[in-house]
Design a protein around this ligand. Sequence first.
Ligand code: C5P
Length: 138
Amino acid sequence: MTEISTPAVEVVAGVIRDARGRVLLARRTEGRDLAGLWEFPGGKREPGESAQAALARELREELGIEAEIGAPLIRVPQAYPHKRLCLDVYAVDRWKGTMRGLEGQALAWVPQHKLVQYPMPPADRPVVAALEQAPLYL
Ligand code: C5P
């Protein structure tokens, strides 16, 4: 049973786009929950950290880039059997550095219309739906 009183884990993620408008997905590595699924890169917010600071930190740690965090896109509440989380998603169109999977995760640059073909964590699905409703053009 889900404990209604359990606070939601605050998670941040980025819709990172390259100059051609493709979006970056990262594959969750073995040994983590939801392993093998493709997600918008990000992770947990730490206490006292703003969503933007958390996302910039996660993208630095996971991808080796210095990202400029852009507009907020969508906030997705998601209940799992064992926990609740809230995914805050931001656009990221500008960054410095060489993008690479520093934690051994596979990366894929995906045209927006092909995002639906990638198996994703449930919280990430509404992000794809939102992008389909209101595609982000460069
Ligand atoms: O990446 P990390 O394990 O720190 O993420 C914390 C939680 O947020 C995990 O349960 C993960 O499945 C979830 N998450 C998600 N979508 C993302 C990033 C993380 O559902 N894009």
